[in-house]
Design a protein around this ligand. Structure first.
Ligand code: M7G
Length: 344
C-alpha cells in the first residue's frame, strides 16, 4: 500500500509526544526530505459483537449478542506468568492478531506535515483563556480566514466533492448534493474502524459558510436539530444496533483544527482521546442548539467563549497570551511570585 511504502522511507528525528495512558506515540521524521508525523496507537480489546441471524420460522433476522471471535481471552497465544501471591496472579501475553478483526495498532501518517501540524502534535502546556467577541474579531477571525485559504481544507473538499473516502461514507443526506442543508457522515481518521467501543465518526456539512461555532446563529437551529436527529436515527443501524442513539457523544470543537463545520460523533464509553472530549474543547451539539434560544440574533458571535488553548497554537502568540495576562489582572487574580530555580 501507499502508506506502507511511505512508512518504509520514514527517517526518524524525534518523539513529539508519548502517552502511556492512551497508548499513543507521535514521531516526527522525514520522508523524501519533507516533514512527516507518524502517530501510533495500540488498539483496544474486542469482546462482544452483534450479528443478525436468520431463525427458523421467522422471515426477519434476529439480533444476537455474542462473544467476538477475537475476544480478550480467546485470542491468547502465548502466556508467561510474572508472579503470584495468595489469591493474586499476574503475567504477560501475546495475543492473536488479525489485520481485519484484531489489529495491533492504528497508524496515522501526515505527509508532508506543515509546521501547524507539527506544533499541534507536540507535547505542550495548555491555558484556559476567555475569548470575548472583541478578541474574536481582532485576533481569531483573521487567523480563521488564513486557515480557510490555501490547502488546509483540501481533505474536506475531497470528501464532499471529489469522492475521496466515498466507499467509507456511512450516511449521506442528499436531496441534491449541493443543497446547503446537506451533510455526510463517515469514519473519522481517529477511528480504527474495528472496535465499536472507540467508535468515532465525523459529520461534515456541505455548506461552507459556517467556519466554526462562532458563525452559528438562531436561524441555524432547525438545521442543527435536523442533523442531530438524523445522526441519532441512522448511526445505530449502520453498526448493527451495537450502539444506541443515547450512547453517542455528539459535539463540536472550539477551537477546531479545520474551519469547515463538522460534528464529532463518538461512543460515550470512549474518553481516551487526549483533550478531544474534555471541557474547554468539546461542546455538546445539544447544548449549542439550546443556547441558540438565548443568544439573540448574532448567536455565538456575541458570546464570550472560554476554552483551552495550547501554547503551540498560533493564536497563543498572536494575541491570546497577552489577553490572558490582561484578563487575570482585570479579574484581580494575584500574580505568581517570581520563582528562583533551585534545582542543582
Ligand atoms: P477538528 O475539531 O477540526 O480537529 O476535527 P481535531 O483534529 O483537533 O479534532 C476534525 C476531525 O476530522 C478530527 O476528528 C480528525 O481526526 C478528522 N479528520 C481529519 N482529517 C484530515 C481527516 C481525513 O482526511 N479523513 C477523515 N475521515 N477524517 C479526518
Amino acid at each position: 500500500s501507499r502508506l506502507q511504502q511511505l512508512l518504509n522511507r520514514f527517517k526518524f528525528r524525534r518523539v513529539l509526544d508519548s502517552n502511556p495512558q492512551t497508548k499513543v506515540i507521535s514521531l516526527l521524521g522525514r520522508i523524501d526530505g519533507k516533514d512527516a508525523i507518524v502517530t501510533m496507537e495500540k488498539m483496544h480489546f474486542s469482546y462482544e459483537t452483534n450479528v443478525f441471524k436468520k431463525e427458523e420460522g421467522r422471515n426477519t433476522p434476529v439480533l444476537h449478542n455474542c462473544e467476538a471471535e477475537f475476544s480478550c481471552l480467546k485470542s491468547i497465544e502465548e502466556m508467561r506468568e510474572i508472579a503470584s501471591n495468595d489469591i493474586y496472579y499476574w503475567g504477560t501475553s501475546v495475543l492473536k492478531q488479525d489485520l481485519a478483526a484484531n489489529p495491533t495498532a492504528k497508524i496515522n501518517l501526515i505527509w508532508p506535515a506543515t509546521p501547524v501540524h507539527i506544533r499541534k502534535f507536540e507535547a505542550q502546556s495548555f491555558h484556559v483563556i476567555r475569548e470575548t467577541p472583541a478578541i474574536y474579531r481582532a485576533v481569531v477571525e483573521p487567523y480563521v480566514q488564513e486557515m480557510c485559504s490555501g490547502n488546509r481544507l483540501k481533505w474536506v473538499h475531497n470528501i464532499l466533492y471529489h469522492g475521496a473516502e466515498s466507499e467509507r461514507v456511512v450516511y449521506k443526506d442528499f436531496a441534491e448534493q449541493d443543497v446547503p442543508e446537506g451533510f455526510l457522515v463517515l469514519p473519522d481518521m481517529k477511528w480504527d474502524g474495528v472496535n465499536l467501543d472507540s467508535l468515532y465518526l465525523v459529520a461534515i456539512a456541505f455548506r461552507s459558510d459556517i467556519r466554526s461555532l462562532r458563525d452559528l446563529r438562531p436561524e441555524h437551529k432547525p438545521w442543527l436539530v435536523k442533523m442531530l436527529n438524523k445522526i441519532r436515527t441512522v448511526i445505530p443501524g449502520c453498526y448493527n444496533y451495537a450502539i444506541r442513539p443515547d450512547e453517542l457523544r455528539i459535539f463540536v470543537h472550539y477551537q477546531p483544527s479545520y474551519y469547515h463545520f463538522h460534528i464529532h460523533i463518538v461512543n460515550v464509553k470512549h474518553s481516551g482521546l487526549g483533550d478531544g472530549i474534555s471541557a474547554g474543547k468539546a461542546i455538546l451539539l445539544e447544548d449549542i442548539i439550546e443556547q441558540l434560544n438565548f443568544l439573540g440574533n448574532e448567536g455565538f458571535m456575541g458570546r464570550t467563549i472560554t476554552y483551552v488553548l495550547g501554547e503551540n497554537h498560533d493564536l497563543w502568540k498572536r494575541g491570546m497570551e497577552a489577553a490572558v495576562l490582561e484578563q487575570l489582572e482585570k479579574d484581580g487574580i494575584p500574580k505568581l511570585p517570581k520563582a528562583v530555580n533551585d534545582f542543582s
